[in-house]
Design a protein around this ligand. Sequence first.
Ligand SMILES: [Zn+2]
Length: 304
Amino acid sequence: MLVDAHCHPTEEVRAGRDEDEWVEAAGEVPLDMLCLMSTDTWDQRLVARAAAAWPHKVVPAFGFHPWCVHTLSLEHPPPPAHEHYEALLGPDAAELVPHLPPPVSLTDALAQLEAYLVAHPHALVGEVGLDRSFRIPMPHTTPRRLSRCQTPLAHQLAVLRAQLALASRYGRSVSMHSVRAAGPTLDMLADMAAHVPGFSAIGVLLHSCTLSVPSLAQVQRAHANVFVSFSTAIQTQHTTELMRASDPMRVLCESDYHAWAELAPRTADAIEAYGAACGAGTEELRARLASNFHRYYHYVETKS
Ligand SMILES: [Zn+2]
């Protein structure tokens, strides 16, 4: 049983791959299951197609990634593009605005997300999260050049909390990104657990985790529903230590990769790296990771 807990192959279609051929290719991936993330209003439809074609393999995840939430407006209906982006991103947004899509209201975005959750009763919510290092890229630049614009944390939090509330209401586990945002992530989790009914009854996966060892220990002590997953795509000098510090019953492995053909080898690499850090044998480890995945997916509290 080999599961990729978090991946992004919709990027292949964004880069120009034929969509029908892409849907077919998912069937060739030598994994038992893979959690296919969406990131914005555009790729949720692709995730739905792949999941419909391969219902036993593709676990769809619907959500708005922190790198895309600048395209969402908290006002309904949303203001004109230049007003929205300049208010959100400041005067530096002027050179970006002509290249950015008209904003969509969070209300409409959540309605779309909810419709996908209803249509796919086994879907996860993802990818959602917080990122304090990301800067919005300048469009059509090769090599890619970054603008100075960052989406304010308060805006990211508003979109994240709304998505987590929806996930809690529908009892769906979530796949979450947290980069340079340990403090706000810990505060948000504590607040959601205290105030949002159902939040403690869904699994929350901190994917490609780069929290510090003390932050991860604190989060897993406080929240029985927080899982963590490791990839070889994102590693820091603390990763080995972090692998050893995480609760072995709440660890998953993932490719965090954007091409079908690479998911299985990269997931296997992540499992091998985790096994090497923790001194676990491959057979025993694969069985444990598979049962961890099922506990996260249909969240069931670990009794240890
Ligand atoms: Zn991701």
